[in-house]
Design a protein around this ligand. Sequence first.
Ligand code: NAD
Ligand code: ZN
Ligand code: ZN
Length: 344
Amino acid sequence: MKALQYREIGAEPEVVEVETPEPGPGQVRLKVTAAGACHSDSFIMGLPADQYGWGLPLTLGHEGVGVVDKLGDGVTGLALGESVAVYGPQGCGRCYQCAQGKENYCPRAAELGIAPPGLGAPGSMAEYMLVPDARHLLPIGDLDPVANVALTDAGLTPYHAIKMSLPKLVPGSTAVVIGAGGLGHVAIQMLRALTPAMVIALDVSVEKLKLATEVGAHHVFPSDGESAERVRELTHGRGATAVFDFVAIQPTLDASHDMVAVEGDVVLVGVGAGTLPSGLLAAPYDSVVRAPYWGSRSELFEVFDLSRAGLVHVETEVFSLDDAPEAYRRLHEGTLRGRAIVVP
Ligand code: NAD
Ligand code: ZN
Ligand code: ZN
């Protein structure tokens, strides 16, 4: 089968021919119907050898939807041909976090060698993929795979990030989204669907600001040294009740810190390696900084239900598997509208 692999540090990923995997006991083979390209893939492919820890060659793709194609011994409860989405941040399935469906926070996954597809294990940018356990598969029924595959990360991650701040996002509150890309443009829609907050989007690209407006942002501004001041002005000095930073480099963290309100949340989702001061005199009283990772299994059901209800959609640009390297080029350049989806 064909697969898109990252094979050499610093090189572009390549489409190569690899053996079609056979499901072992307990495993499920999917025929992939859609896979999404995330900035995190670009991020890890940009790391030098001494910081890269996901194995080579790596079949990319941690957003995946497919149809059940072959069942390993002992797998029950799944029908061949069923359309399913893959829950990526897989855990041990036995610990306290996993018992709550929060496999994204499984403290044992690393020590047990469990890695998400496309981030250690072979991913979804291939004609077929193996999933180690049927519990990682959510039935998606007749939802369109291409339109919905990115919800497994670009939907689930902002949903989880926003959900924790919902009690604060009351009438009169303000939510700021920094970075209206793959995750950010979904975050804006979720904030509109789930809260009465005023939503402000910041980005460095005019095109992305246009997209932010189209998907529901009340106000958009360029992300620059004036961002915090503009947010303070719009909120009559109060600042942002919650800032969702999908970039999290030092300049956006500084802006987040300067715009957050008393008792507000700064939620760092981007992998940028900035840092923030904390302490009684260093930040607004009782403001909170969180850095959530991906989301829980039950939250993924909720995200698909938001799509079914027509409250959230993903803007997509579609590429064939042969053209997948181009999808990553466009992601790297920052010229995609929404998410790049690869259809094997
Ligand atoms: P993306 O490339 O689709 O979007 C990033 C957006 O940020 C683009 O619109 C870009 O124009 C904008 N941007 C760049 N610099 C900016 C700046 N200085 N100010 C404001 N906007 C700026 O990326 P994505 O796939 O949506 O991922 C977003 C981030 O989230 C990445 O860092 C990714 O690695 C991370 N991520 C984290 C998790 C998690 O679990 N925490 C999960 C998925 C992705
Ligand atoms: Zn991702
Ligand atoms: Zn666990």
